[in-house]
Ligand binder design. Structure first.
Ligand code: HEC
Length: 158
C-alpha cells in the first residue's frame, strides 16, 4: 500500500512535530512517514498492524546506542479482511520525549515515553486512557518499554 495515501500532507512538517512536542503533552501523529521504515507487522485479533520507526533511530540502535529522543514508533492498525489490509481502525504512537513521562506516577511511568492513539480521521482518542498503554508496556521495561525492540535491532536496513 502506498504510504502517501495514508499520510497525504507534505513531508517536512512531520519531523518538526516531534521537535516541538511538550513534555507530558500527547505526541502528535506525524503528517508523513518520510524517513521512517516499516520494521514490523503483527496480525492478531482481527487486525493487521504495521509498525514504523525512523531510520536514524534504527541506525542508532544498531550501532549500540539506546533509541534517541525524538524516536517515534507509529503503528497503523487495519481491519484484517481475509489477510488483506482493510480500512484503518486506529493509529498508535509512542514517542521518546526529553523529560517525558514525568507527569506519571513511577508505578506506571514508562521512562521518557509518551503514548497516544488516534482515530482513522487522525483525531486524538481521549476515551482510552494512556495509563492503560503504560500499564501494559511497563512489562517491557528491560527492552526500553517496547515489545518489538529485537525486531528493530535485527531489521535489515536497505
Ligand atoms: C494489553 C497490552 C497492551 C496495551 C494496553 C497497549 N499495548 Fe501497545 N503493544 C502491545 C503489544 C503486545 C505490542 C507488540 C505487538 C504488536 O506490535 O502489535 C504492542 C506494540 C505497540 C507499539 C509498537 C512498539 C512496540 O512496543 O513494539 C506501539 C507504538 C504501541 N504498542 C502503542 C500503544 C498505545 C499508544 C497504547 C494505548 C493506546 C497501547 N500500545 C496499549 C501491548 C499493549
Amino acid at each position: 500500500m502506498e504510504l502517501r495515501n495514508l499520510f497525504p500532507v507534505a513531508g517536512a512538517l512531520g519531523a518538526a512535530f516531534f521537535l516541538i512536542a511538550d513534555a507530558g503533552a500527547a505526541p502528535s501523529l506525524p503528517a508523513s512517514l518520510n524517513g521512517f521504515v516499516h520494521y514490523s507487522t503483527s496480525n492478531y485479533g482481527g487486525k493487521i498492524s504495521d509498525k514504523y520507526v525512523q531510520k536514524t533511530s534504527i541506525q542508532a540502535l544498531q550501532s549500540g546506542k539506546t533509541l534517541p529522543y525524538g524516536t517515534a514508533v507509529v503503528g497503523i492498525e487495519y481491519r484484517d479482511q481475509n489477510g488483506k489490509r482493510g480500512p484503518v481502525l486506529r493509529y498508535i504512537i509512542m514517542e521518546k520525549v526529553r523529560n517525558g513521562g514525568k507527569d506519571y506516577p513511577a508505578s506506571v511511568r514508562n521512562g521518557d515515553w509518551e503514548f497516544a492513539s488516534f482515530t482513522p480521521a487522525r483525531a486524538l482518542i481521549t476515551n482510552d486512557p494512556v495509563t492503560r498503554c503504560l500499564a501494559c508496556h511497563k512489562s517491557q521495561a528491560q527492552s526500553d518499554y517496547l515489545f518489538g525492540l529485537n525486531e528493530m535491532k535485527s531489521y535489515k536496513l536497505k
